[in-house]
Design a binder for this molecule. Structure first.
Ligand SMILES: *Cc1c(COP(=O)(O)O)cnc(C)c1O
Length: 350
């Protein structure tokens, strides 16, 4: 028998949202609409060059992102989804067994997985009573062995967001040699003006790196493109550890077309932004505990009732995402799909 790392036996598996034929899928925070016609045309065109290797340096997409974000291309690293960039962040910061990664919990389920794969130590800091990041406690948890801090805003799965003041205080507290990764996968859904926009801080803080993705508002979850913006040194290191050719040709073309179509795609996000208020209000009226959300999902703090609630929704042909024993995350979708979910929620005995 080959000697495989025994610690992998304890690795928590990434749990994808369940796909059940005929059921409404509210488990993975995707947009329910397909890619726009313009993006589909770019995908079809790019597929004709499927026999060729993709552009290793992701040059066109990087240039396009640099122009859009008003940074130099050297400061951008594109990855096979931002999940891959999370793993690369651990790879570029952690080498010694004592190296630590700090993140809030509960937060994005990829953080503990990529930390453990990277052989680093997990330092998780509980969310506060309002299901928000407790950034002061996180800053206090940063010690001499801490190399990386993940901050998820809006936070998956609770939907709460970090303010600019809070993030600035964290950055002031951790010291310049600790890399802070601000994961803004749901940035396009933020409407609260107090919520941090990483791009406003990334120039002044070389130890800040911002993660964004084409998987959510840009409707390309199946094609796997995410990107990081930071210092030129951080971006270069991320590119060094990137698995070669992992951002494929069709994905690169689709992402450029999605940027061309940004106006329409972002306008479509307004549906979820309106609906999230209606869905939350209905849930509050039904007696659920639901924090305000800045994303395209809501969090139901169901505690011990989490698994029972998910099973009840499944009986109503609605797939939600349980995180036992804390709560359930539900994607905000079209009014019709949200109504189907609310019908299920109203008939559950709390
Ligand atoms: C969905 C999500 C991502 C995006 O992951 P991709 O790999 O780009 O699809 C990243 N971070 C968080 C917190 C997410 O919820």
């Amino acid at each position: 028998m080959p000697l495989i790392r025994p610690d992998l036996d304890t690795l928590p598996a990434y749990v994808p949202g369940r796909a059940i034929p005929g059921a409404i899928k509210l488990a993975s925070n995707e947009v329910p609409l397909p890619p726009s016609p313009r993006v589909l045309a770019a995908i079809a065109e790019a597929a004709t060059a499927g026999n060729r290797y993709p552009d290793l340096g992701v040059t066109s997409l990087t240039a396009r992102l640099a122009e859009t974000l008003k940074v130099t291309p050297e400061r951008i690293a594109v990855g096979c989804g931002s999940v891959s960039l999370c793993q690369q962040l651990v790879q570029i910061t952690c080498l010694r067994p004592a190296d630590e990664v700090v993140f809030a919990w509960r937060s994005f389920e990829a953080y503990p997985i990529v930390t453990q794969i990277g052989g680093a130590v997990i330092r998780s800091v509980p969310l506060d009573a309002d299901f928000r990041h407790d950034l002061d406690t996180m800053a206090a948890a940063v010690g001499p062995d801490t190399r990386l801090v993940f901050v998820c805003s809006p936070n998956n799965p609770t939907g709460t967001a970090v303010t600019r003041t809070e993030l600035e205080r964290l950055l002031a507290g951790v010291g310049p040699d600790v890399l802070v990764a601000l994961d803004e996968a749901y940035h396009e859904y933020v409407t609260d003006p107090d919520v941090v926009d990483g791009m406003d801080l990334v120039d002044a803080h070389p130890n800040l790196v911002v993660l964004r993705t084409f998987s959510k508002a840009y409707r390309l979850a199946g094609l796997r493109v995410g990107y990081a913006i930071g210092s030129a040194e951080t971006a270069e290191a991320l590119r060094k550890v990137c698995s070669p050719f992992s951002v494929n040709h069709v994905a690169q073309a689709a992402a450029i077309a999605a940027l061309d179509d940004a106006e329409g795609l972002l306008a479509d996000c307004r549906i979820a932004i309106t609906e999230r208020v209606r869905v939350r209000d209905a849930l509050l009226a039904a007696g659920y505990t639901v924090p305000p959300t800045q994303s395209n999902f809501v969090w139901l703090a169901l505690g011990a009732r989490t698994t029972a609630f998910a099973a009840h929704c499944l009986e109503h042909k609605v797939v939600v995402r349980p995180f036992a024993p804390d709560g359930v995350r539900v994607t905000v979708s079209t009014p019709e799909e949200n109504d189907a979910f609310l019908t299920a929620a109203r008939t559950f005995v709390l």
